[in-house]
Design a protein around this ligand. Structure first.
Ligand code: ADP
Ligand code: ZN
Ligand code: ZN
Length: 740
């Protein structure tokens, strides 16, 4: 950069404004930087309006559209070196543009909270304790008369060193000081926990890959960019491939990022990684405190942590030297952020891998239609595992037609018989119902009244244990009434079933066996999930009843029967992804059955056994279903064949939301040219029109090519930003939406 005038910093500020801001870098701050110029990716504090904000340097330049005398200096430079690498900063900017999200907000939602607040990116030094040379050579005999002191020495002897916080619970300051005075232990300050000096990377041997696994493993090129879709039936040993690919990456001295869909999966998954590797692994997920997140982030950046295991937002982690990205259950919707910065961690993983020239492995038993299409079009390498590892066989499907068989609390007699048999054979049963609560509706038998949410287009769910009616969309709650508010009759009845009811019914029916319910209500208590899994892992005959929390990734050795109580919910939805989703969900749930030595079975209860989606799934499997759905998407000119974006608007006043989208449509139409075939559909009411007191509408926008759609969306966004109406209505753009 030619240097004649002052240095100008173009910064991203955490505001919903779609632009950057220019500030002067004052000379008195020069002493704070490592080199000649401040660098993009460093944080500064600025005066913004009447507030002081933390902002991030996007660009360092010497020219600006703003007159110099109108430009303010930054107040302070927080980092002497950038906290984001140039590649990662470019990825952020790319993502903000692609997802049409204001750059400042995009950057700041993805950084750990404490960094947003200006916290330092160094860990504070903490006091550690270790045994001295004298302590190592002296036997504990000298402490014969002081058992606590002896215990402390003993405790520290087989460790390299420990932070003081891990000693305070068991050894008082007095004890520590006494042993220190004898010269047997000493304290020191350190930022990082010293690692055991072991050169063995693996603490548990790799499994010998079977032939399919070996073929897949050999095909994954670990140098340079490659995108690999690992499609392996549930239990086929995908995780073993992840572990071995990570091992190779670590042997090149590079780090690995492993993304998983949800926090409920972390304990089990984390264990498989920590069991295998003798190397620091850190987790990054929403269940952590801000301090823990920052610590994990710093360890990834410094290179201290070799494996980072995280949920969606971990895709924005800074690494010292990232060598591999793995994204498990790649089809899972939780990779797409649904509000605010609506990015897809899966798609960003591929972009990031490409930019950093490293491989990415997307794994799933039920790959998304997008990824399958990318394989068909030759962009991804398609690797398949069709058999279960460990000689386990695929479970068989059995369909129960509810049109011909009656149910009690949603469960058919032949289902009960099948459960009975499994329990008698000392095996476990998993019962899946994707509705929590006792019943999804409460109705009056006398007049037909039903308990509806006053703020949403939805019914209230009856939760019996809490004696409350709760809306699952906006969390509105009220006590359950004894009388119908409309006709005062006492004949109120529940309609349909939720997990609470299934649990109660099964517990009554099988009094000799434990029935464990796993859903968002039952696992709210800290540690509850671990307790439930401990029972399941014990292998004793029991019934697990639960929602999709049970569907994901868990490995229950002794579950041999999976019952899907209601395969119909989800078939009716008008969302273009609903059939793909139900197919994935059913296969994932079914995959919990027979993962051990015993053969598994899946019972599906449905009113529509002849439904083409179910029919194809049960008789031919997921892949043929996916191929058929892809064909329908192609005919309907839907993703992945045509890029789609949705502009959403919501307001307490339905006409204002509609009006905004009508305007958006007009602006889109103006973008249409000879070469740009922008198509709009709508404005239409959202699938749930009223939610939490707001009326919601959508406008679908498509174009034959991404570039055209992007161009149109950013023009429309900029124009809408200047509209008065856009200040009153809550609106947003969702690129590659997962839901309508
Ligand atoms: P997936 O991730 O595809 O669902 P997992 O990696 O969990 O499958 O593997 C299922 C089971 O098979 C696990 O208990 C795992 O230890 C075992 N397994 C995987 N690969 C092998 C192998 N090559 N030899 C023996 N057992 C294996
Ligand atoms: Zn009534
Ligand atoms: Zn509601």
């Amino acid at each position: 950069m030619p240097q004649n005038g002052p240095i100008i910093l173009r910064v991203a500020v955490p505001t919903p404004l779609r632009r950057t801001f220019d500030y002067i870098f004052p000379e008195n701050l020069t002493k704070k930087i490592d080199g000649d110029l401040p660098l993009p990716g460093s944080r500064v504090t600025i005066e913004f309006g009447r507030r002081t904000l933390v902002a991030l340097i996007i660009e360092v330049t010497d020219s600006s559209a703003i007159a110099l005398e109108k430009m303010k200096p930054i107040k302070d430079l927080l980092d002497s070196a950038p906290i984001l690498s140039p590649e990662l900063l470019k990825l952020f900017i790319w993502a903000a543009n692609y997802y049409q999200h204001p750059i400042g907000e995009a950057l700041f939602t993805a950084l750990p909270a404490l960094l947003r607040k200006g916290e330092a990116t160094e860990l504070p030094a903490v006091k550690h304790w270790k045994v001295t040379q004298l302590g190592l050579s002296t036997g504990t005999a000298s402490l014969d008369r002081a058992p606590r002191q002896m215990a402390l020495l003993q405790f520290l002897k087989d460790k390299t060193a420990l932070p003081e916080s891990e000693l305070t619970g068991c050894f008082s300051a007095t004890i520590r000081n006494q042993v220190e005075e004898k010269g047997l232990i000493e304290s020191f300050l350190a930022q990082h926990e010293p690692q055991p000096a072991s050169d063995e990377l693996l603490q548990q041997a790799n499994l010998t890959l079977d032939s399919q696994q070996q073929i897949a493993m050999d095909a994954i090129e670990l140098h340079g960019f490659s995108c690999n879709l690992l499609e392996g039936v549930t239990g086929s040993g995908k995780t073993e491939i992840y572990l071995q690919a990570i091992e190779k990456t670590l042997r090149y001295n590079r780090q690995a990022l492993v993304l998983i869909p949800e926090i409920s999966l972390t304990p089990q998954t984390e264990k498989r990684f920590t069991d295998r590797f003798n190397t620091p692994i850190v987790s990054l997920h929403s269940g952590m405190t801000d301090k823990q997140r920052l610590e994990a982030w710093i360890k990834a950046k410094s290179g201290e942590a070799k494996i980072i295991l995280g949920t969606r937002s971990a895709i924005f982690t800074v690494f010292d030297d990232l060598g591999l990205i793995i994204l498990d259950e790649e089809h899972d919707s939780s990779y797409k952020q649904q509000d605010g910065f609506k990015y897809s961690a899966r798609d960003l993983a591929v972009i990031r891998a490409q930019r950093e020239a490293i491989p990415v492995i997307l794994g799933s038993a039920t790959p998304s239609l997008e990824s399958l299409n990318n394989c068909i079009e030759g962009r991804y390498q398609h690797l398949t595992l069709t058999q279960r590892a460990n000689n386990a066989t695929a479970p068989s499907w059995r369909v129960i037609d509810l049109k011909t068989e009656a149910t009690n609390c949603g469960i058919a007699q032949s289902t009960l018989d099948a459960i009975q048999q499994r329990l008698a054979a000392q095996q476990q049963v998993l019962v899946f119902l994707n509705r929590r609560g006792y019943a999804p509706a409460l109705v009056c038998h006398n007049c037909g009244w039903s308990a509806d949410c006053p703020k949403c287009d939805s019914k209230l769910t009856f939760h019996r244990a809490r004696a409350r009616l709760i809306c699952h969309h906006c969390d509105y709650q009220q006590r359950k009434t004894q009388h119908c508010p409309s006709c005062k009759s006492t004949e109120l009845m529940t309609a349909g079933e939720g997990t609470e009811q299934s649990e109660e019914f099964l517990a009554r029916h099988f009094p000799d066996n434990e029935v464990i319910r796993i859903d968002r209500d039952s696992t709210r208590r800290k540690g509850a999930m671990q307790e439930f899994f401990a029972t399941a892992d014990s292998g004793k005959p029991c019934i697990l009843v639960g929602t999709q929390m049970l569907a994901k990734g868990h490995h229950f050795e002794n579950v041999t029967l999976v019952v899907i109580l209601d395969a119909d919910s989800g078939l009716m939805s008008a969302d273009f992804r609903s059939h793909e989703r139900i197919g994935q969900l059913l296969v994932q749930v079914a995959g919990r059955s027979g993962r051990g030595k015993l053969k598994g079975e899946v019972i599906v209860q449905t009113h529509q056994p002849e439904h083409p989606v179910l029919d194809q799934l049960f008789n031919q499997g997921y892949r043929p279903l996916a191929m058929q759905l892809l064909e329908q998407r192609q005919q309907g000119m839907l993703p992945p064949y045509r890029p789609l974006a949705v502009i959403r608007a919501e307001s307490a006043y339905p006409n204002q939301a509609m009006e905004l989208l009508n305007l958006a449509r007009k602006l889109c139409d103006q973008q249409r040219g000879i070469e740009t075939d922008i198509q709009c559909l709508g404005p239409l009411p959202a699938l749930m029109e009223k939610r939490a007191g707001r009326f919601r509408f959508i406008l679908q926008v498509t174009a034959p090519h991404r570039g055209q759609l992007q161009g149109c969306l950013s023009a429309v966004a900029n124009q809408l930003d200047n509209e008065k109406l856009a200040q009153k209505v809550r609106w947003s753009i969702d690129v590659d939406p997962h839901e309508l």
